[in-house]
Design a protein around this ligand. Structure first.
Ligand SMILES: [Zn+2]
Length: 365
């Protein structure tokens, strides 16, 4: 049988899961292999998973607890389906039906959306339906190019309130670390240093990352900087800032955005406050885990992320750092990160970034 790639979550595994390979066996078992370990799974429960129900979720129980295997990639999914034993055919068919009905609904949705005349009617329907579900659906469907344009708008707004440094050793260092953390991103990342003394950084939609000079002066290793960048990149990649903007704008502007209309005044109004948008605890947890995953994938020591958050903790005793007002749950996050990191192999490549050179072009604050 052909092996297929997947991600395994379960007892004793990191919260971000591990990359594994699955292979169906003659005796209907599913063999799962990681570089360190092997699992043999039976009595599987199979359902569709993921946004759009394009992936497959396979779960089972053994004496250690419950395991869940996610197959999100379309090619991997087809390999898994092609090799699956007849025993699981009814479950797989059900999962397939779920997927095609979701696809049908989505195709229908777009046909309606693109008919401009229907929009007033649609809006009334949207308002009557569950707003959150509709908003999330629309946000997921804002194309990457439009997200980049929203990022541009946020950037021009930011220029009104802060002076941005766009080149020199500090920006180069951000770009070098950032490149390691954004491989395979659909966005073209742009890095800026704001001439501000507060310890803060933010990511606008579409790959715009702004780091305050005060933060660059405060970190004591490039790994700490990488840690905060990974966290901000995660917010951008998970579309948290886009969601924040979209929700503060309301459905009317959101529908305009999904349709590519940037002329509306609602949009311009809503963008004013983007740098003040806070994230929920849930979003913070997600960004920490996704940031951690990116650091690990880049071979960067994730202890730097913990040390950055500990630095904020220490600063807080003097004056609360700006970062904490928009990124809550700091104490929880330090404990959770330490737990995750303890499960990881300790094999990191030091970042060849000289902080003295990085700071040489910065204004004295
Ligand atoms: Zn955050």
């Amino acid at each position: 049988m052909t092996p297929f790639p997947a991600r395994l979550f379960g007892p004793q595994l990191p919260g971000s899961g591990v990359a594994v390979t699955g292979v169906w066996q003659e005796d209907d078992r599913l063999q799962i292999v990681s570089p360190e370990q092997e699992w043999s799974a039976t009595n599987l429960s199979i359902t569709a998973s993921g946004f759009n129900a394009q992936g497959i979720k396979i779960s089972w129980q053994d004496d250690r607890g419950e395991y869940v295997l996610f197959i999100d990639d379309v090619i991997a999914r087809d390999l898994c389906l092609a090799g699956a034993p007849a025993l699981y055919a009814p479950q797989l068919q059900r999962a397939g039906r779920e997927k095609s009905s979701v696809e049908r609904r989505f195709r229908c949705g777009w046909a309606v959306l693109s008919g401009l005349l229907v929009i007033p009617v649609l809006l009334i329907v949207l308002l009557l339906l569950k707003q959150d579900v509709v908003a999330n659906w629309l946000i997921q469907h804002i194309p990457v190019q439009q997200e980049a344009r929203i990022g541009d708008m946020v950037l021009s707004r930011s220029r009104l309130s802060m002076q941005l440094i766009e080149s020199g050793p500090s920006v180069e260092a951000l770009a070098r670390i950032g490149a390691k953390l954004t491989t395979n991103s659909p966005h073209r990342y742009r890095w800026f240093v704001a001439n501000q003394k507060e310890i803060n950084a933010f990511a606008a939609p579409g790959g715009v990352v702004v780091v305050n000079a005060g933060l660059l002066h405060a970190v004591s290793s490039p790994e700490e900087l990488a840690g905060v960048l990974a966290h901000e990149i995660a917010h951008a990649e998970l579309r948290h800032s886009l969601k924040g903007i979209a929700k503060s704008l309301g459905l009317r502007a959101l529908v305009s955005l999904a349709l590519g209309d940037y002329g509306g005044t609602a949009l311009a109004e809503g963008l004013k406050k983007v740098t003040e948008l806070g994230f929920s605890r849930e979003a913070e947890r997600e960004a920490d885990l996704e940031g951690l995953r990116r650091l690990v994938a880049a071979g960067i020591d994730p202890q730097g992320m913990v040390r950055f958050f500990e630095l904020l903790e220490k600063e807080q005793q003097l004056t609360p750092p700006e970062f904490l007002s928009t990124h809550p749950a700091n104490t929880e996050r330090i404990a959770a990160l330490k737990r995750e990191i303890a499960l990881l192999p300790q094999d990191w490549q030091p970042l060849e970034i000289d902080l003295a050179i990085l700071r040489s072009g910065l204004p004295q604050l």
